[in-house]
Design a protein around this ligand. Structure first.
Ligand code: UDP
Length: 258
C-alpha cells in the first residue's frame, strides 16, 4: 500500500519548509514541500494551507526553465502535488542573495530606501547557520574557513547572475519586479568530475516580488509583515505564470455529511 511504502521511506533531513527523503535510486533525493511558513529565524510561525503545493509547482517551473536554457540545477522531475525528485548534492553552506533593488536587510543595514534601483546587481553571501542567524560573510571568510573554493565561488557567481537574468525576465513578462532572491548551490559528482548546480528551491518564499504597477508584494514579506493572505499572493504569482491555472490548493475540504 502507498502509505506503507511512504512510511518506510527514510527521512534524511527536516527543515523549516521542506522534508528530504532518500530517493528511489542512489544519488537522488525526494523533496517534500510543507505548508509551514517561518520568518525571523523561525520566531514567527504559521501553517499556510496550500503553500507547499504552490512552491512545489513554482520551483518546478523555475528550475525546469533554468535547465532548459543550460543553467544546471538539481531538479529532475516533479513526482506529485508536494514532492519532487532532485539529484543529491553537497550543499555549499551559503545563502547566495542577488539584489536588483534595495529592500530588507540591505535597506536596514545601509539606510537605503526600499525600492531604490541598484546601479548593478549586488551579490551577497550569508553563512548558513540558524543558531547564528545566517550572518553576512565576505569571500575572505568563505576562503579562510574553506566553505567553498575559488573555483566554486566563480561558478556560484556565474550561476547566481544567470538565475537573476532568467528570473527577472520571466517575472517582467508577467508584470512582476524581481527585487531580490536567495539561492543555494551544491556540488554534484559525475564520476571524477564535479560541477556546481542550483539546488534547494526557487519560490516566492525566497524572492521579493512586487507588482510593477501597484507595488503590491507577492512574496513572503506578506507573511513577515502581516500584509494579508500569503496563499492568495503565491496563487497570483502562479496564475500569472500560467502554473496551476486552476486553484487546486483552495478546494473545499471534504465535509462530513450528516
Ligand atoms: N532570504 C531567504 N532566506 C533567508 C534570508 C533571505 O530566502 O534566510 C531571501 C529573502 O526572501 C529575500 C532575499 O533573500 O528575497 C534577501 O533577504 P534579506 O537579506 O533582505 O533578508 P530579510 O530582510 O528577509 O531578513
Amino acid at each position: 500500500m502507498e502509505r506503507d511504502r511512504m512510511a518506510r521511506r527514510k527521512k534524511i533531513y527536516e527543515g523549516k519548509a521542506k522534508i528530504l527523503y532518500e530517493g528511489p535510486e542512489p544519488g537522488t533525493i525526494v523533496q517534500y514541500f510543507k505548508d509551514d511558513a517561518t520568518a525571523f529565524n523561525a520566531q514567527k510561525k504559521d501553517v499556510i494551507d496550500g503553500k507547499g503545493v504552490l512552491n512545489n509547482r513554482l520551483s518546478e517551473f523555475f528550475m525546469t526553465g533554468l535547465n532548459n536554457i543550460g543553467v544546471p540545477t538539481h531538479f529532475i522531475r516533479r513526482l506529485n502535488m508536494r514532492e519532487q525528485l532532485v539529484r543529491s548534492c553537497e550543499i555549499v553552506p551559503l545563502e547566495i542573495i542577488v539584489r536588483n533593488f534595495a529592500a530588507g536587510s540591505l535597506s536596514t543595514r545601509l539606510g537605503i530606501e526600499e525600492g531604490t534601483p541598484l546601479p548593478r546587481p549586488i551579490v551577497e553571501y550569508c553563512y548558513k547557520d540558524d543558531k547564528l542567524g545566517d550572518p553576512l560573510v565576505t569571500e575572505e571568510h568563505i576562503a579562510a574557513f574553506g566553505w567553498a573554493s575559488q573555483q566554486d565561488m566563480d561558478d556560484i557567481l556565474s550561476l547566481a547572475l544567470r538565475v537573476n537574468d532568467f528570473l527577472s525576465g520571466v517575472m517582467m513578462a508577467v508584470g512582476i519586479r524581481l527585487v531580490d532572491f536567495k539561492i543555494e548551490c551544491g556540488r554534484v559528482y559525475d564520476g571524477d568530475f564535479q560541477r556546481m548546480v542550483v539546488a534547494d528551491e526557487i519560490s516566492p518564499d525566497s524572492c521579493r516580488l512586487w507588482d510593477m504597477e501597484t507595488g503590491q508584494k507577492l512574496d513572503k514579506d506578506v507573511f513577515r509583515r502581516d500584509l494579508g493572505s500569503l496563499s492568495d499572493a503565491y496563487t497570483e504569482v502562479a496564475r500569472r505564470l500560467g502554473v496551476m491555472p486552476k486553484n487546486t490548493t483552495q478546494m473545499a475540504k471534504p465535509k462530513l455529511i450528516n
